[in-house]
Design a protein around this ligand. Structure first.
Ligand code: PA5
Length: 419
């Protein structure tokens, strides 16, 4: 067992259990990759400089808009899909709503009429604002949801009143959403052209909904800065090297697993980040997400004795925010312990059992559940992903396959309309 760690008290730690070594020279190669990422010369790498680039004035503008939303609304509907949705959702689910602010609801991440009709019911009678996020400004799912909620705002507040309650986050110059935001006078924020959707959490895409929820975004950015430090960068490089070695050894699935239900959407965000970045040219690890101990009772059997196509990446939260004593009625084995102690026993038991079955495990020690750790994890895994993509020889910043489904769907809708 090899253990590495960052000296800073609150840094991510890694442990590689039963994993192959990264290739010789990997660390040096990845430091050169990092230099390329922050050089500003490579396409879609603007995210790499974000921890430093997110300056005071841009954060202040986000906070100012968030304060306005908090004062004018009982509910904020955040509209977006994929990279324009999952980061904010992950932050909200992990960190929750702080203080008295509007309820945050999500729309446009699916095309379900039932979901959106239920959402309209949920906001009925509530003072409402809408935050629409779409880099292209043309994606079908958020376009439909925005049309629904824009109509509702027009009905309730008139066109001008609605404009004061619509917050648009989109490309600085292209797309229909940008044109509309400028024409109607919506408060708007830019998604920098050199930052792709799944790398955009630390732009207003993630930061505005987080700030509305009362989450300390300056702390999240401080966490990201820690992840960009040489020590954590080198950990990210090690993880990338080991993931590549695992792929080369024949593993084709990476299971992201966690023991805190509030982390569920964080692993959903990770699935998009890694799946969309690596899955191309017939390459890449298929990312799966499991919630333990829940899924031990459905997928535990496969992990223990099934086809060994996978390895596990365990997100191990060292200090969960709350705990509860197990009452005496739970029986002598459990009485006197806390739920977190029992949860930890489950975690360690699974690690021991899966290791005995030969499953490689990358254990990621997450200091706590805080905005700082959130920002740190976001930037850390973005680095791991970009590094692994470079090692695999794929472009980790494009998504030609997603674009293909989008245009196929539009073709079919066009054919139906004209036929
Ligand atoms: O990561 C990506 O690029 C995608 O998941 C997009 O974020 C997603 O398709 C939504 O695109 P847009 O923000 O243009 O509406």
């Amino acid at each position: 067992m090899r253990k590495t760690g960052h000296e800073a008290e609150r840094g991510i730690e890694l442990e590689f259990l039963g994993c192959p070594e990264a290739q010789d020279g990997c660390a040096e190669r990845l430091e050169a990759v990092y230099e390329g990422l922050i050089s500003g010369r490579e396409g879609f790498t603007g995210w790499a400089a974000l921890p430093e680039r997110a300056d005071g004035p841009s954060v202040a503008r986000v906070l100012e808009a968030a304060a306005r939303i908090r004062s004018q609304s009982e509910a904020l509907v955040v509209i977006g899909i994929g990279g324009s949705y999952l980061g904010a959702r992950a932050a909200l689910e992990l960190l929750g709503r702080r203080g008295r602010g509007p309820e945050l609801l999500f729309a446009g991440q699916n095309i379900s009429g039932t979901y959106h009709a239920d959402l309209l019911d949920a906001v009925s009678g509530k003072e409402l604002s809408v935050c629409v996020v779409s880099k292209s400004g043309t994606t079908t799912e958020p376009s439909i949801a925005f049309a629904v909620f824009r109509d509702l705002l027009h009905e309730r507040y008139g066109r001008e009143g609605a404009a004061g309650r619509i917050y648009a986050i989109t490309d600085p110059s292209s797309g229909t959403l940008r044109a509309e935001a400028d024409a109607e006078g919506y408060t708007s924020f830019e998604i920098p052209p050199d930052i792709g959707g799944r790398y955009s959490v630390l732009t207003p895409v993630g930061l505005l909904p987080m700030a509305v929820a009362g989450i300390d975004i300056a702390e999240a950015l401080a966490g990201a800065r820690l992840a960009a430090s040489p020590a954590l960068r080198s950990l990210a490089g090690r993880m990338a090297g080991v993931r590549k070695a695992l792929m080369d050894s024949g593993k084709s699935v990476e299971v992201f697993e966690q023991y805190e239900p509030s982390m569920f959407f964080f692993t959903e965000w990770m699935k998009q980040l890694f799946g969309e970045s690596e899955g191309k040219e017939g390459k890449g690890l298929f990312p799966a997400g499991l919630s333990f101990s829940t899924d031990l009772h459905s997928m535990g059997q496969f992990l223990q004795e099934g086809s060994q196509i996978f390895f596990e990446t365990l997100l191990d939260v060292k200090r969960p925010p709350r705990d509860l004593a197990v009452p005496a009625g739970a029986g002598p084995l459990l009485a006197g312990k806390s739920m977190n102690e029992v949860n930890r026993a489950a975690l360690e038991g699974v690690v021991a059992a899966h290791r005995a079955a030969g499953v490689p495990i990358i254990r990621v020690g997450v200091p706590d559940v805080s905005p700082h750790s959130f920002g740190q994890m976001v930037f850390f895994f973005q680095l791991v992903c970009a590094f692994t993509g470079r090692l695999m020889g794929v472009d980790p910043f494009n998504q030609p396959g997603v674009e293909r489904y989008k245009s196929e769907m539009k073709r079919l809708l066009g054919a139906a309309a004209s036929g």
